[in-house]
Design a protein around this ligand. Sequence first.
Ligand code: NAD
Length: 262
Amino acid sequence: HNAACRALGLDYAYLAFDIQPDQLEDAVKGFKALNVRGWNVSMPYKTTIGQYLDHITPIAKMCGAINTVINDNGVLTGTITDGTGYMTALKDQGIDIIGKKMTIVGAGGAATAIVMQAALDGVKEISIFNIKDASWDRALENVEKINLQTQCKAQLFDLADLDKLKEEIANSYIFTNATGMGMKPLEGKTYIPDKSFLRPDLIVSDVVYYPRETELLRMAKEVGCKTMNGLGMMLFQGAAAFKMWTGEDMPIEYMKEKLDIK
Ligand code: NAD
């Protein structure tokens, strides 16, 4: 954000603040008193800041999470830009998933933002796989919300059912990892047992951006798939917030150069 502001000659500063859970309300009041134009929120506050804001956008309500707050002269609006960030990153790579089927692994913050935005944008069908951990209930909720509130058809499967995973990927246009699989401490790992799960005309994307090439993306490239890592999602979620705060388009090509994104 600072690099983009400097490039455009905008007089803003983007700063990081480390706060404790019992300071959240005061932090929001402080930003409001200082007329800060807006801010991002990271975990654990993405799910708790809503109670201190005036408005929450429909997408943030669907996701149950907020990553961006906009302050319009004391009126605070919370939204989430992770999902649009992901969808814009795909478009930027010339990938169009509207009207098509997606298989995705994950039901945490990143996955929820992606599936909700994808469903609202017009993806036809989403098959969600998750392990039976604490996120399972959220996965169930996500499927229910998508089926009730959008035209998209969503289904949930246990990631332990690898035959089903293979079948769903085979019927999909895009396969997405939206878990931390492939990054530390799971670097070099994937839940895809072998390359027979992939095919050259499948798009494979990963929300992980460090490392830039996860084991999943490495396998996918070997098969000949078009791949996308998580850097684009990160860039475009920021660009969406930047536009809401400053009214200006983030200088994307300049930012790609800075971040060494192809
Ligand atoms: P989260 O903790 O909210 O969700 C984690 C998900 O991973 C859950 O669905 C969980 O069931 C699943 N999971 C955990 N261990 C697993 C395993 N061993 N095998 C399979 N699934 C497993 O996390 P999050 O905030 O959604 O973040 C997930 C990943 O997305 C992280 O790597 C994070 O860095 C990345 N992320 C990227 C961006 C971006 O802009 N590119 C944005 C947000 C998050």
